[in-house]
Design a binder for this molecule. Structure first.
Ligand SMILES: [Zn+2]
Length: 282
Protein backbone atom coordinates (compact mmCIF):
# COMPACT_ATOMS: atom_id res chain seq x y z
CA UNK A 1 0.00 0.00 0.00
CA UNK A 2 1.55 3.31 -1.09
CA UNK A 3 0.33 6.88 -0.77
CA UNK A 4 1.35 10.10 -2.47
CA UNK A 5 3.46 11.39 0.43
CA UNK A 6 6.68 9.57 1.29
CA UNK A 7 6.12 10.40 4.97
CA UNK A 8 2.64 8.84 5.11
CA UNK A 9 2.36 6.48 8.08
CA UNK A 10 0.72 3.05 7.90
CA UNK A 11 0.15 1.42 11.29
CA UNK A 12 -1.51 -1.92 12.01
CA UNK A 13 -1.74 -2.18 15.82
CA UNK A 14 -1.96 -5.97 15.85
CA UNK A 15 0.67 -6.35 13.11
CA UNK A 16 0.20 -8.10 9.79
CA UNK A 17 -0.55 -7.03 6.25
CA UNK A 18 -1.95 -3.48 5.97
CA UNK A 19 -4.04 -4.28 2.88
CA UNK A 20 -5.71 -7.17 4.68
CA UNK A 21 -6.30 -4.98 7.76
CA UNK A 22 -7.89 -2.24 5.63
CA UNK A 23 -10.07 -4.77 3.79
CA UNK A 24 -11.53 -5.89 7.16
CA UNK A 25 -12.67 -2.37 8.10
CA UNK A 26 -16.42 -2.01 8.64
CA UNK A 27 -16.37 1.41 10.36
CA UNK A 28 -14.06 4.01 8.82
CA UNK A 29 -13.34 7.54 10.03
CA UNK A 30 -11.51 10.04 7.81
CA UNK A 31 -10.53 13.15 9.77
CA UNK A 32 -8.31 16.18 9.31
CA UNK A 33 -6.04 16.01 12.34
CA UNK A 34 -4.65 13.72 14.99
CA UNK A 35 -7.25 13.47 17.81
CA UNK A 36 -10.28 14.36 15.62
CA UNK A 37 -11.18 10.67 15.18
CA UNK A 38 -11.32 10.09 18.92
CA UNK A 39 -13.54 13.16 19.39
CA UNK A 40 -15.99 12.53 16.54
CA UNK A 41 -16.14 8.77 15.94
CA UNK A 42 -15.82 7.27 19.42
CA UNK A 43 -19.22 5.61 18.96
CA UNK A 44 -17.89 3.75 15.92
CA UNK A 45 -14.79 2.70 17.82
CA UNK A 46 -17.04 1.25 20.56
CA UNK A 47 -19.30 -0.47 17.99
CA UNK A 48 -16.28 -2.39 16.76
CA UNK A 49 -15.01 -3.24 20.26
CA UNK A 50 -18.44 -4.62 21.16
CA UNK A 51 -19.12 -6.79 18.11
CA UNK A 52 -17.27 -9.72 16.57
CA UNK A 53 -16.61 -9.27 12.87
CA UNK A 54 -16.48 -5.47 13.11
CA UNK A 55 -13.24 -3.54 12.60
CA UNK A 56 -12.48 0.16 12.94
CA UNK A 57 -10.17 2.06 10.61
CA UNK A 58 -8.82 5.57 11.14
CA UNK A 59 -7.43 7.98 8.55
CA UNK A 60 -5.79 11.32 9.42
CA UNK A 61 -5.31 13.40 6.29
CA UNK A 62 -2.98 16.24 7.43
CA UNK A 63 0.46 16.15 9.00
CA UNK A 64 -0.48 18.11 12.15
CA UNK A 65 2.33 20.59 11.51
CA UNK A 66 0.50 23.79 12.36
CA UNK A 67 -0.78 22.83 15.80
CA UNK A 68 -0.51 25.21 18.74
CA UNK A 69 2.20 24.24 21.22
CA UNK A 70 2.74 25.29 24.78
CA UNK A 71 4.17 23.91 27.99
CA UNK A 72 6.70 21.11 27.45
CA UNK A 73 6.15 21.31 23.68
CA UNK A 74 6.66 25.09 23.33
CA UNK A 75 10.09 24.83 21.71
CA UNK A 76 9.35 21.91 19.40
CA UNK A 77 10.00 22.42 15.70
CA UNK A 78 7.26 21.59 13.20
CA UNK A 79 9.09 18.36 12.33
CA UNK A 80 9.39 17.26 15.93
CA UNK A 81 5.78 18.16 16.59
CA UNK A 82 4.65 16.08 13.63
CA UNK A 83 6.57 13.09 14.99
CA UNK A 84 4.98 13.52 18.43
CA UNK A 85 1.48 13.75 17.00
CA UNK A 86 2.01 10.74 14.73
CA UNK A 87 3.05 8.71 17.76
CA UNK A 88 0.08 9.95 19.81
CA UNK A 89 -2.30 8.88 17.04
CA UNK A 90 -0.69 5.43 16.99
CA UNK A 91 -1.17 5.17 20.76
CA UNK A 92 -4.87 6.02 20.44
CA UNK A 93 -5.26 3.44 17.66
CA UNK A 94 -3.68 0.82 19.89
CA UNK A 95 -5.95 1.71 22.83
CA UNK A 96 -9.03 1.56 20.59
CA UNK A 97 -7.87 -1.67 18.93
CA UNK A 98 -8.23 -0.21 15.44
CA UNK A 99 -7.64 -2.61 12.56
CA UNK A 100 -5.53 0.07 10.87
CA UNK A 101 -4.45 3.68 11.32
CA UNK A 102 -3.35 5.67 8.27
CA UNK A 103 -1.77 9.13 8.51
CA UNK A 104 -1.46 10.64 5.04
CA UNK A 105 0.75 13.60 6.12
CA UNK A 106 -0.57 16.21 3.69
CA UNK A 107 0.14 19.86 4.52
CA UNK A 108 -3.09 21.59 5.47
CA UNK A 109 -2.77 24.14 2.61
CA UNK A 110 -2.75 21.33 0.07
CA UNK A 111 -5.86 19.75 1.54
CA UNK A 112 -7.66 23.10 1.23
CA UNK A 113 -6.73 23.43 -2.46
CA UNK A 114 -9.64 21.93 -4.47
CA UNK A 115 -7.44 20.89 -7.40
CA UNK A 116 -5.00 18.85 -5.32
CA UNK A 117 -5.00 15.45 -6.94
CA UNK A 118 -2.68 13.73 -4.42
CA UNK A 119 -5.13 14.09 -1.55
CA UNK A 120 -8.10 12.75 -3.54
CA UNK A 121 -6.01 9.95 -5.08
CA UNK A 122 -5.01 8.77 -1.60
CA UNK A 123 -8.62 8.85 -0.43
CA UNK A 124 -9.86 6.98 -3.53
CA UNK A 125 -7.19 4.31 -2.92
CA UNK A 126 -8.43 3.88 0.68
CA UNK A 127 -12.15 3.83 -0.09
CA UNK A 128 -11.58 1.39 -2.96
CA UNK A 129 -9.72 -1.08 -0.73
CA UNK A 130 -12.38 -1.50 1.94
CA UNK A 131 -16.15 -1.95 2.15
CA UNK A 132 -17.16 0.06 5.24
CA UNK A 133 -20.81 -0.02 6.23
CA UNK A 134 -20.45 3.31 8.06
CA UNK A 135 -18.08 6.16 7.23
CA UNK A 136 -17.55 9.00 9.73
CA UNK A 137 -16.54 12.35 8.20
CA UNK A 138 -16.44 15.96 9.35
CA UNK A 139 -19.75 17.81 9.08
CA UNK A 140 -20.19 20.62 6.53
CA UNK A 141 -21.15 23.23 9.17
CA UNK A 142 -17.89 22.76 11.10
CA UNK A 143 -16.08 26.08 11.59
CA UNK A 144 -12.57 24.79 10.86
CA UNK A 145 -11.61 25.28 7.19
CA UNK A 146 -9.40 22.18 7.08
CA UNK A 147 -12.18 20.00 8.48
CA UNK A 148 -14.63 21.14 5.78
CA UNK A 149 -11.92 20.75 3.12
CA UNK A 150 -11.24 17.14 4.20
CA UNK A 151 -14.98 16.46 4.01
CA UNK A 152 -15.13 17.93 0.48
CA UNK A 153 -12.14 15.85 -0.71
CA UNK A 154 -13.72 12.72 0.81
CA UNK A 155 -17.00 13.36 -1.02
CA UNK A 156 -15.06 13.83 -4.29
CA UNK A 157 -13.34 10.49 -3.68
CA UNK A 158 -16.56 8.64 -2.73
CA UNK A 159 -18.45 10.02 -5.74
CA UNK A 160 -15.71 8.70 -8.03
CA UNK A 161 -16.52 5.13 -6.93
CA UNK A 162 -19.20 3.18 -8.81
CA UNK A 163 -22.52 3.49 -6.91
CA UNK A 164 -22.44 -0.16 -5.77
CA UNK A 165 -19.03 0.40 -4.15
CA UNK A 166 -20.09 3.40 -2.08
CA UNK A 167 -20.68 3.00 1.67
CA UNK A 168 -24.24 2.47 2.85
CA UNK A 169 -24.07 5.23 5.42
CA UNK A 170 -21.96 8.39 5.62
CA UNK A 171 -22.18 10.59 8.72
CA UNK A 172 -20.88 14.11 9.30
CA UNK A 173 -19.81 14.42 12.94
CA UNK A 174 -19.23 17.35 15.29
CA UNK A 175 -15.82 18.61 16.40
CA UNK A 176 -15.45 22.39 16.00
CA UNK A 177 -19.05 23.51 16.45
CA UNK A 178 -21.63 21.20 17.96
CA UNK A 179 -24.58 19.90 15.96
CA UNK A 180 -27.19 20.28 18.70
CA UNK A 181 -28.67 23.21 16.70
CA UNK A 182 -29.97 20.81 14.05
CA UNK A 183 -33.71 20.15 14.22
CA UNK A 184 -34.32 16.82 15.93
CA UNK A 185 -35.36 15.05 12.72
CA UNK A 186 -31.97 15.91 11.18
CA UNK A 187 -29.98 14.61 14.15
CA UNK A 188 -28.32 11.22 14.25
CA UNK A 189 -27.44 10.25 17.85
CA UNK A 190 -24.20 8.29 18.11
CA UNK A 191 -23.82 6.43 21.41
CA UNK A 192 -20.60 7.89 22.81
CA UNK A 193 -21.37 7.09 26.46
CA UNK A 194 -19.86 3.62 26.56
CA UNK A 195 -16.57 2.70 28.28
CA UNK A 196 -16.01 6.14 29.88
CA UNK A 197 -12.53 5.21 31.13
CA UNK A 198 -11.39 4.23 27.65
CA UNK A 199 -12.91 7.43 26.21
CA UNK A 200 -10.83 9.52 28.62
CA UNK A 201 -7.66 7.49 28.02
CA UNK A 202 -7.96 7.88 24.28
CA UNK A 203 -8.35 11.66 24.50
CA UNK A 204 -5.44 11.91 26.95
CA UNK A 205 -3.24 9.97 24.51
CA UNK A 206 -2.91 13.34 22.74
CA UNK A 207 -0.78 14.89 25.46
CA UNK A 208 0.68 17.51 23.11
CA UNK A 209 -2.82 18.91 22.55
CA UNK A 210 -4.03 18.74 26.15
CA UNK A 211 -0.84 19.67 28.05
CA UNK A 212 -0.98 23.38 27.19
CA UNK A 213 -4.31 23.84 28.95
CA UNK A 214 -6.73 22.97 26.15
CA UNK A 215 -8.66 20.30 28.02
CA UNK A 216 -10.10 18.51 25.01
CA UNK A 217 -10.60 15.46 27.21
CA UNK A 218 -12.91 17.23 29.68
CA UNK A 219 -14.63 19.26 26.95
CA UNK A 220 -15.36 16.25 24.77
CA UNK A 221 -16.70 14.12 27.61
CA UNK A 222 -18.71 17.07 28.96
CA UNK A 223 -20.21 17.78 25.55
CA UNK A 224 -21.28 14.15 25.14
CA UNK A 225 -22.91 14.15 28.57
CA UNK A 226 -24.64 17.49 27.94
CA UNK A 227 -26.08 16.29 24.63
CA UNK A 228 -27.42 13.14 26.31
CA UNK A 229 -29.24 15.16 28.96
CA UNK A 230 -30.44 18.17 26.97
CA UNK A 231 -31.78 16.61 23.81
CA UNK A 232 -35.17 15.64 25.26
CA UNK A 233 -36.83 17.61 28.04
CA UNK A 234 -39.36 14.97 29.09
CA UNK A 235 -37.44 11.73 28.71
CA UNK A 236 -34.87 10.27 31.05
CA UNK A 237 -31.39 9.92 29.62
CA UNK A 238 -31.27 6.78 27.49
CA UNK A 239 -27.60 7.21 26.63
CA UNK A 240 -24.81 8.41 28.92
CA UNK A 241 -23.16 10.33 26.09
CA UNK A 242 -24.09 11.45 22.59
CA UNK A 243 -22.08 12.65 19.61
CA UNK A 244 -24.41 14.33 17.13
CA UNK A 245 -24.07 13.66 13.44
CA UNK A 246 -25.77 14.71 10.22
CA UNK A 247 -26.60 11.99 7.70
CA UNK A 248 -24.57 12.80 4.59
CA UNK A 249 -25.55 9.66 2.64
CA UNK A 250 -27.94 11.63 0.35
CA UNK A 251 -24.90 13.48 -1.01
CA UNK A 252 -23.76 10.28 -2.72
CA UNK A 253 -27.02 9.73 -4.60
CA UNK A 254 -27.48 10.50 -8.28
CA UNK A 255 -28.47 14.15 -8.78
CA UNK A 256 -27.47 14.93 -5.18
CA UNK A 257 -27.57 18.55 -4.07
CA UNK A 258 -24.23 20.27 -3.75
CA UNK A 259 -22.67 20.51 -0.31
CA UNK A 260 -23.59 24.15 0.28
CA UNK A 261 -27.25 23.73 -0.77
CA UNK A 262 -27.57 20.57 1.33
CA UNK A 263 -26.15 22.32 4.42
CA UNK A 264 -28.11 25.55 4.04
CA UNK A 265 -31.32 23.50 3.76
CA UNK A 266 -30.60 22.14 7.26
CA UNK A 267 -30.08 25.69 8.53
CA UNK A 268 -33.39 26.70 6.90
CA UNK A 269 -35.17 23.91 8.78
CA UNK A 270 -33.77 25.32 12.04
CA UNK A 271 -34.99 28.80 11.05
CA UNK A 272 -38.49 27.44 10.35
CA UNK A 273 -38.51 25.55 13.66
CA UNK A 274 -37.58 28.69 15.65
CA UNK A 275 -40.09 30.84 13.78
CA UNK A 276 -42.95 28.35 14.25
CA UNK A 277 -42.35 27.96 17.98
CA UNK A 278 -42.36 31.70 18.56
CA UNK A 279 -45.53 32.01 16.45
CA UNK A 280 -47.24 29.33 18.54
CA UNK A 281 -46.84 31.21 21.81
CA UNK A 282 -47.10 34.86 20.81
ZN1 LIG B 1 -9.09 18.89 13.69
Amino acid sequence: MKFSRADADIFVPEGGDPAAALARVTHLCVAAHQDDIEIMAYAGICDCLDQAGKAFGGVVVTNGAGSARTGPYADFTDERMQAVRREEQRRAATLGRYAIQLQLAHPSAEVKSPGNSGVVADLVAIFARCRPETVYLHNPADKHDTHVAVLARCLDALRSLPPERRPRRVLGCEVWRDLDWLVDTDKVALDAGRRPELAAQMLLAFDSQVAGGKRYDLATLGRRAAHATFHAAHATDRLAGITWALDLTPLLAERAPDLAAFTVAAIDRLRDDVRMRIARVT
